[in-house]
Ligand binder design. Sequence first.
Ligand SMILES: Nc1ncnc2c1ncn2[C@@H]1O[C@H](COP(=O)(O)OP(=O)(O)OP(=O)(O)O)[C@@H](O)[C@H]1O
Length: 684
Amino acid sequence: MQKGNIGVTTENIFPVIKKFLYSDHEIFLREMVSNAVDATQKMKTLAEKGEFKGELGDLTVHVNLDEKNKTLTISDRGIGMTEEEIDKYINQIAFSGVNDFLNKYKDNANAIIGHFGLGFYSAFMVSDKVEIITRSYKDGAKAVKWSCDGSPSFEIDEAEKAERGSDIILHISDDCKEFLEKDRIQSLLNKYCKFMPVKIAFGKKTEWKDGKQVETAEDNVINDVEPLWTKTPSTLKDEDYKKFYHELYPMQDDPLFWIHLNVDYPFNLTGILYFPRIKSNIDLQRNKIQLYCNQVFVTDQVEGIVPDFLTLLHGVIDSPDIPLNVSRSYLQSDRDVKKIATYITKKVADRLNSIFKENRKEYEEKWDDLKLFINYGMLSQEDFYDRAKDFALFKDVDGKYFTLDEYKTLIKDNQTDKEGQLIYLYATNKEDQYSYIESAKDKGYSVLLLDGQLDVPTVSMFEQKFEKSRFMRVDSDIIDRLIVKEDIKKNELDSDQTDNLSSAFRSQMPQIEKAEFSVEVQSLGENAQPVIITQSEYMRRMKDISRYQSGMSFYAQMPDSYSLVLNSDHALIKGILDDENAKCGEALKPVISEIKGQQARLSALHQSQSKKKPEEITQEEKDDLANTEKALNEQRDKKKQIISDYAKDNKIVHQLIDLALLQNGMLKGSALDAFIKRSVALIK
Ligand SMILES: Nc1ncnc2c1ncn2[C@@H]1O[C@H](COP(=O)(O)OP(=O)(O)OP(=O)(O)O)[C@@H](O)[C@H]1O
C-alpha cells in the first residue's frame, strides 16, 4: 500500500474548487463521462493500430446510481490505468499559483476545469470521497484502487477487478443530494452527453408489467453516437435534416433551410445550422445554437463565436479548435475565433446564394421568413452585406419580388426626380395607406411593401449604400412632391386668399393626441382629392428609429407632425373660398387693411431702430414698437375669430377634414360619432 500527498502546491485545493465552481457543479458528470469516453476511444485506436490484439468486447460506458449507498459510478472498458499512470495523471496536478488563477476566473468554471487538466477533480465538487478502481489493458497489469476523501492525501492499494477499464465511484456528499436523483442525472446526461461518440448507458430500460414499472435486461442507452453533423452530407436526405432538427427542438416548425458545415483547414469545424421561421421577436429565438467539442456539449451561449446575427439560427457547431476554456472577452478578441465567425458568415451567404440561384421560386416563397434574418445580417455585418446584396429581395405591394438590381432597373426611368435622385416609394401597411398607394400607381410608380421589423434601419442603410437614392413612404408628401420632376405648379390664389382658406381649416382642426398639424394650400389638379394628410418622411423615420436606438429619445418625445394639404384646384375648395369671401369678405376687409397698415408700421420701426445702437433707442421708441405689435396681434386675433366663426358653421369644411382624418385612421371617438351623424344628416 502506498500513501502520499497529491502534488498541489496549495495546501488544500478542494475547498477552493468547491467554493468557486459552485454554480457549475453539474459539469462534473460531463467531465467523468468524457474521461470514460476518451479512455474508450483510445482503446479503439490501439486496436485499430494493432497495438492491442485482444477482444474489445462491449465498450458501452455505464452510469449507475446507487441511492442506498449514495454513490454514482461511471464505468468504462477503456484503457484503464496502471499504478504509475494514476500517479502521473491523477496525483500530480502540477500547477502553481492556484489561488491567483481561481480568483481571476472565478466566474468561469469552464476556464479552470479543463484548462489545467482539472476535469477529474471536478468530482470533488459533489463528492465526499472518490474512488478509482482501474485495470490497465496492458498485459499482466494489476488492478489498483485509488481513493481520496477530498483532503490532499490519497490512498492507493491493490484491488480485485476482472475486466479491463475503470470504475469511478463518487460518494455523493450530503449537500449535493440532487445528484442521487435519477431524473436529475438523466437530464444532465441528456444535456451534456447526448451526442458523445461512445454508447453510454444509464441503468436499464424499464417496461410496464402488471401495472408496475420493472427493469429489463436491456441497457438504457442515452446517446446517439453518430449524430447527423458527423455524417457525410451527400449521404443525407432532407428528411434526415428535418428529423434531427425536431430532435433538437421538439416544439418547432420545420426549418426553412439548413447548412451542413464541414471544414478541416485552417481549423476543424463541423455542424449543421438551421434557418428557423422567424417572424417576430428577435430575442425569443436566441441561444438555440449548441456548441460541442468533439461531440461533448459545452454551451448554448455562442455570442462571440458566431456573428451576432447568426445567433438567430438554430443548430449545432462542433469544433475542437474553439478555445472553450477561456473567458468570453478573450474569445471575442481571439483571431482563430474571428476566422471561424468569418467562415460561418461566408458559408451562410454562399448557401443562401445557391438556393436563390437554383430555385428562385422556392426562395421567394420563403423570403418573408428569411427577410428579418438577412436584414439583420446586412445591418450588422459589412461582409455579409457585400454578399447578401445579390440575393436580398424587395417585395412590392402586389407581392412581386425583385433583387435590388432588378428593382433599380424597373424604377429608374419613371422614378428619377429632376435632381437625378432615384426615389424608392414604399408603404408600411397596404390597407392603411391604400389611397396613397393607388395615387402613386396612377402615376405609373412602383410601391414597395416594407412592413418588416427591421425595415426602417434597413432603408436608412440602403440610402447610404445606394448612390443618389432616397426612400419615401407614399404618404410622406403629395404625389408631385414625392418625385419632383418639374417645378410644381404654384397655386393661383393670392396670399390673402391662401391665408383665409387655410385659416378656415386650421380653426376647425380637432385636437388629436400626440399629433400636430400644419395646413398648406397646393395646386394638385381638379381630379385629386380636395384634402389630404401627409407625414414628413424625415420626422417619422427619426421617431421610428428612436424606438430601438438609444440616444434618440428626443425624437420619441416629439408629437407626430402632419400636413393637411388643401387642393386649391378642387371645386369644393374653390367653393369654400368663394363662400367665405361672400359671407365674411366685408367684415374681413377693414381688418386686413388694418393688419397691413400695422405690419408696414412695424417693419418701418424695426428698420429705423436696427440702425441705432441699443443704448440710443429711447423709451418712447420702445413703447411705440410694443404697442404696434400689440395692435397687430389684436387685429390678427380678430381676423381669426371672424374666420373661425364662419368655418364653424361650414359643414363642408368639417366633412373634408374628417374624411382626410378617416383616410388615415385618425378619426376616433366623439369626432367619429359627430362625422357619422353629420354625414347622415347631409344625405337626408
Ligand atoms: N476513466 C479513465 N480511464 C483512463 N484514464 C483516465 C480516466 N479518467 C481520467 N483518466 C486519466 O486522468 C487524466 C486526467 O484527467 P482529467 O479529466 O483531469 O484531465 P484530462 O482529461 O486530461 O483533460 P480535460 O478533462 O481537461 O480535458 C486523463 O488525461 C487520463 O489520462
